[in-house]
Design a protein around this ligand. Structure first.
Ligand SMILES: Cc1ncc(COP(=O)(O)O)c(C=O)c1O
Length: 245
């Protein structure tokens, strides 16, 4: 056992075998191969609703480019002070959004709360030209503290976001762990609870550099492929989800 990080273990043998099998023969690049084409259906089935899914190679790319799709350059993105986007992404969210401000909250157990966000948003200066404009909330599920948001906690935060016109992003680097812990469906803890866009993590669960951005509000995804390409995150070969697809 090595508890240094959930990144220390290798690729799951089943996934490695699936990648080796997918590697045979020729296939069209840039997502035009049959396996990657099936992702839209696979993810829509998994989430029980039509989604727009975009594979990327790292969680930081997923987060930063997803946030750029839901915040203007003058936006404020609310997150926990321990959030990976704030602590561990070398300024990528600020860079990819073109300068949006991360506004951190230090509420207990690594979790944002609806009450705290409501209080902070009430005096955030929406519409006041001198202030960054509230644009998005980003929560991590499961959190950096190892805690998990319940469905009602996510829904309460989404309610605050919606009432202030903000979008809700979920960093799901450990999404699968949260699902198992909660015993709920992926749909229940995301779009049914008000999440607009999810960074879907697979690397920490044995995949090989396989992450994805999943839009439940597909209107938000309309220019995402350009953002992904411009961000250098559009990969030539995407045998990344072969284990699932
Ligand atoms: C909460 C969280 N988000 C995102 C990531 C993705 O990071 P990376 O860019 O290293 O794939 C991690 C990895 O440690 C993480 O713990």
């Amino acid at each position: 056992m090595n508890f240094c990080s959930d990144n220390v273990t290798g690729i799951a043998p089943e996934i490695l075998a699936a990648i080796a099998s997918a590697n045979a023969g020729a296939a069209m690049p840039y997502g035009n191969d049959d396996i990657t084409q099936r992702l839209q259906t696979q993810f829509s089935d998994l989430f029980e609703t039509p989604v727009a899914v975009f594979p990327v190679a790292t969680g930081s790319a997923a987060n930063a480019i997803a946030l750029s799709a839901i915040s203007p350059v003058y936006g404020a993105i609310y997150c926990h002070s321990d959030a990976h986007i704030h602590v561990d992404e070398c300024g990528a969210p600020e860079f990819f959004t073109g300068g949006a401000k991360l506004v951190t909250r230090s509420t207990p157990n690594g979790k944002l709360t609806a009450d705290d966000l409501a209080a902070v948003l009430a005096k955030a200066g929406a519409g006041v030209v001198h202030h960054v404009q509230p644009a998005a909330i980003s929560l991590t599920q499961a959190t950096e503290a190892g805690t998990v948001y319940s469905r009602s906690e996510v829904a309460a935060i989404a309610q605050v976001a919606q009432s202030h016109g903000l979008k809700l992003h979920m960093d799901g680097a450990r999404f699968a762990n949260a699902i198992v812990s909660l015993g709920c469906s992926p749909a229940d803890i995301t779009w049914r609870s008000g999440v607009d866009v999810l960074s879907f993590g697979a690397t920490k669960n044995g995949a090989m550099a396989a992450e994805a951005v999943v839009f439940f509000d597909r209107d938000l995804a309309k220019d995402f492929e350009y953002r992904r390409k411009r961000g250098g995150a559009f990969v030539l070969e995407n045998a990344l989800f072969v284990g699932s697809a």
